[in-house]
Design a protein around this ligand. Structure first.
Ligand SMILES: C[S@@+](CC[C@H](N)C(=O)[O-])C[C@H]1O[C@@H](n2cnc3c(N)ncnc32)[C@H](O)[C@@H]1O
Length: 223
């Protein structure tokens, strides 16, 4: 398949609707400069997250997997000035780079960056009796996606949007005999979504500047 067309159309869309300012382009540059992987969402995906936030009137957002803060910047920019975003990152170096990028974007007052394993930090957030989040973006390591989703449910209210990135993995999810722990992790999540009565969920395939993948979107049911 000629994937060049996907890249060209992605560039066309981002030029129209998701242009990056210097804070975002510098964040992408900082990944190479600081030895972090280029695993950020694309500009169009960042804009997609903003559209989702505005649609659900999000004032409080949780993110798992900060990397250099690229998606965090898109998310934090769609919050009102008194909005709050907690983002969790296991790697201290990634956290340091993200901290600087978020600061350079003028968003530190909205962002609470917590460094540690998501599975250690999430129970603490539950214990803190936080008000429920309006939107939760899961983009950390893939094997525990189902556990992350279950914590996300505990931190939600009816109407909360839960978005999970990279759940198609270039179509490898079709391989029932896959031994890839990332593939197995998202297969487990996708199956759980199909059975979970607490949410209404779908999965969108995604093509574009990044590898062929997909994003799961679930809204917590009102009953
Ligand atoms: C795909 S990247 C996140 C990209 C980021 N959301 C963006 O679009 O700019 C995944 C990040 O999750 C972090 N991560 C991996 N395992 C984690 C864990 N157990 N808890 C928290 N973060 C984790 C990685 O260090 C990495 O920085």
């Amino acid at each position: 398949m000629d994937t060049e067309i996907f890249l060209q159309v992605d560039n066309y869309i981002s030029a129209l609707l998701a242009s990056e300012d210097v804070a975002l382009t510098n964040t992408i540059k900082s990944l190479d400069e600081q030895g972090l992987p280029q695993h950020s969402v694309s500009a169009n995906q960042g804009k997609f997250l903003q559209v989702m936030m505005i649609a659900c009137n999000a004032k409080k957002v949780l993110e798992l997997g900060t990397l250099g803060g690229y998606s965090t910047i898109w998310l934090a920019r769609a919050l009102p000035d008194n909005g709050k975003l907690i983002t969790i990152e296991v790697d201290k170096h990634h956290g340091d780079v993200a901290h600087k990028n978020i600061d350079n974007a003028g968003l530190s007052h909205k962002v609470d960056l917590r460094v540690g394993k998501a599975l250690d930090i999430l129970p603490k957030i539950v214990e803190e009796n936080e008000e429920p989040f309006d939107m939760i973006f899961i983009d950390a390591d893939k094997p525990p996606y189902t556990e992350y989703f279950n914590y996300a449910l505990q931190l939600s209210r009816p109407g909360t949007l839960i978005i999970c990135d990279n759940v198609i993995r270039e179509g490898k999810v079709l391989d029932e005999n896959s031994t890839d722990e990332k593939v197995k992790g998202v297969q487990r999540l996708n199956k759980m979504l199909s059975e979970n009565k607490k949410v209404t969920a779908t999965i969108l395939q995604m093509v574009g500047a990044k590898e062929y993948d997909g994003i799961a979107i679930a809204v917590v049911n009102r009953i």
